[in-house]
Design a protein around this ligand. Structure first.
Ligand SMILES: Cc1cc2nc3c(=O)[nH]c(=O)nc-3n(C[C@H](O)[C@H](O)[C@H](O)COP(=O)(O)OP(=O)(O)OC[C@H]3O[C@@H](n4cnc5c(N)ncnc54)[C@H](O)[C@@H]3O)c2cc1C
Length: 302
């Protein structure tokens, strides 16, 4: 596979669909880490119907389908992926609408847009998540969390697309959410509705601004080529365990630990993805050996 994307390839299984399909799309530019190879197919459908044609065609032809959100939690292998990668960036997937105490949002919307729309409308329940990067879809799939609040807690319903291209609404009781995980795997998250509490917009704005500052101080600054390595184990943080195990200065090739936020891996430009993956495994091994704790990976390796 080459690094230069080409569009609408004659002879691809998607030729006759109302969607522009790129061949060999470099995925590094769609991820925070900025490393990794190309996807065999890539598209940004303009509507739910157009997405449905792509999804069902993948199902019929056996082409694996993946979704990329904000790319803040994905490591793409250097050799690329033999899949269709879909990005929900078109306006029909990115809207945020407030109706009374409910907020309906497309899966492609940035999480920060959902949080700020809720706060502006005087609705509380999501403001602690203001500093979490990525989209609502990625946040729901991995149950994004910060400061004791997680996205799953406030879900009323989620609209998903199944592998045959049909859509379905799932209510809160039909979805399981746990630390860094939800049962929304194997489907495409299209949209969600959150039911929130009424509150004073001014008080909420101040709280959101405070959380933003706190979250930023806990994240690497000065580089976007980072990813969070592990979930926090119950009762402690991955960051403190990694520091305690003496992993702060570990590096493999172009991958290193961000010194003041030790649960983040930093990738040098052009670094092979395997350096990142090996470093994550190395840290996991050292923590296991020295502290007897098995850290669960947060980063999704494709
Ligand atoms: C600097 C930094 C700080 C972070 N801080 C936090 C934090 O405080 N709390 C926290 O929980 N996480 C944190 N993370 C991790 C990450 O931001 C979250 O996991 C985020 O929710 C991922 O969203 P995304 O849209 O970027 O997902 P992506 O990285 O694009 O995707 C992650 C996974 O979700 C799947 N996916 C994405 N969208 C959809 C969809 N619509 N339908 C189906 N599957 C989908 C992808 O296929 C992939 O498997 C941080 C990461 C960074 C780099």
């Amino acid at each position: 596979m080459t690094d230069q994307p080409t569009s609408s390839p004659a002879g691809s299984p998607f030729d006759d669909l109302p969607v522009t399909v790129q061949l060999a799309e470099p995925l590094a530019k769609h991820t925070w880490l900025g490393v990794g190879g190309v996807s065999q197919y890539f598209c940004e459908p303009g509507s739910v119907d157009a997405l449905s044609t792509v999804v069902s065609r993948c199902n019929e032809t056996g082409v694996k389908l993946r979704v990329i959100g904000g790319g803040s939690n994905v490591l793409v292998p250097s050799e690329g992926v033999e899949s269709m990668v879909v990005r929900l960036s078109a306006p029909p997937f990115c809207g945020v609408e407030v109706d009374g105490q409910s907020v309906s949002v497309g899966a492609g919307a940035k999480l920060v847009h959902l949080v700020s729309a809720a706060v502006q409308a005087g609705l509380s329940g999501l403001e602690d998540l203001v500093g979490v990067p990525g989209t609502v879809g990625g946040g729901l799939v991995g149950n994004a969390a910060a400061h004791g609040c997680n996205l799953g807690q406030r879900v009323y319903s989620v609209t998903v697309m199944l592998p045959d291209g049909s859509t379905e609404d799932r209510v809160r009781d039909d979805i399981a959410f746990a630390s860094g995980w939800s049962s929304l795997d194997g489907v495409i998250v299209l949209a969600a509705r959150f039911d929130l509490d009424e509150d004073d917009p001014e008080r909420l704005t101040k709280r959101m601004q405070r959380q933003w500052i706190v979250e930023r101080s806990e994240q690497p600054s000065g580089t976007r080529s980072v990813a969070m390595m592990f979930k926090d184990p119950v009762g402690t943080t991955a960051e403190s365990l990694i520091a305690q195990a003496g992993c702060r200065d570990l590096c493999i090739g172009g991958a290193s630990i961000y010194p003041s936020c030790t649960n983040y891996v930093v990738a040098e430009a052009g670094c092979p993805s395997s350096d990142v993956q090996e470093l994550v495994e190395k840290v996991r091994g050292v923590v296991r050996e020295k502290l007897g704790v098995e850290l669960a990976p947060r980063i999704c390796v494709w």
